[in-house]
Design a protein around this ligand. Sequence first.
Ligand code: NAP
Length: 492
Amino acid sequence: MTVSPERIQELLAAVPTELLIGGHWRPAASGKTLDVLNPATGEVLLSISDAGPQDAAAALDAAAAAQEAWASTAPRERGEILRRAFEAVTARAEDFALLMTLEMGKPLAEARGEVTYGAEFLRWFSEEAVRSFGRYSIAPDGKSRLLVTKKAVGPCLLITPWNFPLAMATRKIAPAVAAGCTMVLKPAALTPLTSQLFAAVLLEAGLPAGVLNVITTSTAGETTGDLIKDSRLRKLSFTGSTGVGQRLLADASHNVLRTSMELGGNAPFLVFEDADIDAAVAGAMIAKLRNMGEACTAANRFIVHESVAEEFSSKFAARIAELTTGPGIEDSTNVGPLIDEKSRQKVHELVSEAVSDGAVALTGGAPVAGEGYFYRPTVLTGVPEGARILAEEIFGPVAPIITFKDEAEAVRLANNTEYGLVAYVFTRDLNRGFRMGEKLETGMLGLNAGVVSNAAAPFGGVKQSGLGREGGLEGIEEYLYTQYIGIADPQA
Ligand code: NAP
């Protein structure tokens, strides 16, 4: 079964195509538009406003003007807006799922999963909005009182990537709303439609004008460059590649901005000799294939004990060979297209290089001919240790497998990367599981689990995978600063 063209047209007609500035939808000052394409067909879905620096400045004007009143609203009021937004996104789950499938390519079943995940940030932070506590204490010398409070950081610039169009937006917007910050959101040029629809839902949920401003643009650097240097901006929260993150961190130093950086990953997936191999294969399917491998958390290197490598590889390859690639709107599809031709070429380059260096493709290993940017899900064994495919983010449905002899070697291989977002460990030995938590240099660890994302948990990395945490108790802290008030003791 597939989705009817009428249903698609009806949904697209409901998506705002202009910039959201100060509570109004309006065209870009230049009158320019940008085309949003369907990666399964290459066809244009919608043309939307293409903002430039002038629009970005207007968006920050609106955010700065709204900041004081917004930060003074009752926390419960902000929480209720998020709760209503959660209910609305959940009620319109099918719309959001279809829109993400259309602009990003992921299969509908996965897009539905992202709606649930993305909406959870709205629910979680609706509950956190009323739990931003400070403290009061007597100074050690007894001569004064110390009052510590939390305050909204102020206007934030939020920049999101194309791979999780809803969840990456809600993961930033929900804690900012809860904390009382105003925002300028710049979604990815490849997948801005979901953010546009979500912004409309937030307005319907009662978000006051100017609190969230959305600028869609094809010229990210030029359009947001001046904002980052504007002294009214107080925070930059970015999710995307490490290269762009590094440049933005340098720019953010101009104003000593608060920054949160959710950057690239190169997740090791460790399978120990005592692992439940069937469970490891099931975990590997999720850790590798979710989002066609286009996830910062995607397992990028399978590091398997030599005694179980053959069993794991053959079972994994057999499961992968059963997958159907196709447009995400078709029920039979397990793996959608990659986001664009450039990404597909990069994936194929990494695979071809590994194969010419001696790796063997147990299944896949090539693009799918025809329209769309499809790539055959691939399992590679015998990948040499220095191969580029082990060092770079693959961002595609390709699983390179290497082997290890003992735990020390597994840890050395796993940590041999400048990234440190997440690792996956499959073992039946709980002590070893905890030991891996201590030894692996990552912000997150999946223990006998192929997915770690959870709105109630702190998501984020170490090393070049980033700074700060999104979700969990930590998530709201990124949007608050601590103020201390020293009170003289009137009796002293
Ligand atoms: P990207 O190229 O770095 O782009 C991310 C966002 O930054 C997009 O909105 C992009 O706009 C914008 N951007 C690019 N250059 C900019 C500049 N000079 N100034 C301001 N904004 C700029 O990354 P991507 O290809 O969209 O996403 C994939 C990457 O994101 C991967 O590395 C992945 O690991 C990472 N990621 C990390 C997490 C995490 O939580 N750690 C989650 C998801 C993805 P345009 O769209 O216009 O280029």
